[in-house]
Design a protein around this ligand. Structure first.
Ligand code: PLP
Length: 409
């Protein structure tokens, strides 16, 4: 990254004049904090004692045997407190907000995992927390909304646009423009103006650092391939960056959705519907039409339908350091079922994209090779969507009965 937060032609800072001094303050505060060993140790300590790090690297004996190819390992970010990798970044930024003397944080959320992590850390650190969430995502992820509220956060539904993550981000930026003096904007992924992409990727890099130690310990070399799902790109940056100069191949798996038509997927790579653009404070590859209007997106998972992508990943892909592929909604459900049935691990629908990409390729590799798949989160939050996708009639009947009983009570 250069001083303006550029990664090749991507990244940078394209923000309204009014936010300039706040953004500069954040940049300075982040650099100073990371040079202060007390701060770095505090972040590590919270990751260990509050979130439960290090997360395990789990060998999948049954699927490895079943597929007959590469040895399959999972990096278990689902075992973080709050059930997803989002916690790593929120611990870092929450402590930074405290250090900057900001009593309030705002956050945007898609799947709700970043919102829950922000609410949890705010409760612990005594910060006032407001979460912006698209109304469509609220419908898909209501359990997470419920927990955010229990934790004392204010959840503001966003009804503009497609009412998903991009729109929540717009609203959060609007809030920050008038509240920056006492508010830290706690962005949940490796996107946005500098220093957010670098900062979020930095806090998430603990994932890849741990994989380095664990893979040497468990199979005496670094993995041949590493897979991560790519929404905004934070779990992918986190597991990939420590390996960028190693021989491991790094593979991002995007949301292939229900087809290639505009609005049916969220692939920012391997499609002519995405190209260089500047929006939401930074430059990256955005899905857009000929006039440059951002396109609608679709994914079975609420956390992968962002219209842009981390400028770090856009640059790495352009330089051949990361390969991008995708998994369709149907492949994702198949991968979800395989991991659940054969290994007793229930992945989030976002993470099931990485599982789909990894299992597809593991079968074509040889048994001397090893792969690591980032299980970025656990599937509990997706219970309603999964029951719907599997057309689980008993579950729907249970919901109807439960609702009727609640009405009577
Ligand atoms: C479990 C899980 N994995 C992955 C993502 C995608 O985010 P990112 O690409 O920043 O890792 C999300 C987003 O909400 C998520 O909840």
């Amino acid at each position: 990254m250069n001083d303006e937060g550029r990664f090749g032609q991507y990244g940078g800072s394209f923000i309204p004049e009014i936010l300039y001094s706040s953004q500069q303050q954040l940049l300075r505060a982040y650099r100073e904090a990371m040079a202060d060993s007390n701060f770095v140790n505090l972040v590590r300590s919270e990751m260990q004692h509050f979130s439960g790090r290090p997360t395990p690297l789990t060998f999948c004996a049954n699927l490895t045997r079943q597929l007959g190819g590469a040895q399959i390992f999972l990096k278990r970010e689902d075992l973080n407190h709050s059930g997803a990798h989002k916690m790593n970044n929120v611990i870092g930024q929450g402590l930074l907000a405290k250090r900057m003397g900001k009593p309030r944080v705002i956050a945007e959320t898609g799947a709700g995992q970043h919102g829950v992590a922000s609410a949890l850390v705010s409760a612990r650190l005594g910060l006032d927390c407001t979460v912006y969430m698209g109304a469509h995502d609220i419908e898909r992820q209501y359990p997470n909304v419920f927990w955010m509220k229990q934790l004392g956060a204010k959840v503001i539904p966003v009804t503009t646009g497609a009412a998903t993550l991009k729109d929540a981000l717009d609203e959060a930026l609007r809030d920050w423009s008038s509240s920056y003096e006492d508010t830290h904007y706690l962005i949940g992924t490796s996107c946005g103006c500098a220093p957010y992409p670098e900062m979020v990727a930095g806090f998430q890099s603990v994932i890849g650092e741990e994989v380095k130690d664990q893979s040497l310990e468990q199979f005496n070399k670094y993995p041949d391939r590493i897979y991560a799902c790519v929404g905004g790109g934070s779990n992918a940056c986190g597991i990939f960056l420590p390996f960028v100069n190693e021989s491991s191949e790094l593979i991002g798996v995007e949301a292939g959705g229900r087809g290639d038509a505009p609005g049916d997927h969220a692939m920012r790579f391997n499609t002519d519907q995405a190209r260089f653009g500047i929006a939401q404070g930074f430059a990256t590859k955005f899905l857009q039409d000929e006039q440059g209007q951002l396109l609608p997106t679709h994914s079975i998972s609420a956390g992968l339908d962002y219209v842009g992508v981390s400028p770090i990943l856009a640059d790495l892909e352009e330089n051949g350091k990361v390969r991008m592929t995708s998994a369709s909604d149907d492949e994702v459900m198949e991968a979800f079922t395989l991991l659940t049935r054969y290994e007793g691990i229930i992945p989030a629908l976002e993470s099931s994209h990485a599982v789909a990409g990894g299992l597809r390729e593991a079968a074509t590799m040889n048994p001397e090779e090893s792969i690591v798949i980032s299980v970025s989160g656990r599937g509990d939050k997706d219970i309603f969507n999964i029951a719907k996708a599997l057309n689980d009639k008993p579950f729907n009947a249970f919901l109807e009965t439960y609702l009727k009983q609640s009405e009577v009570a």
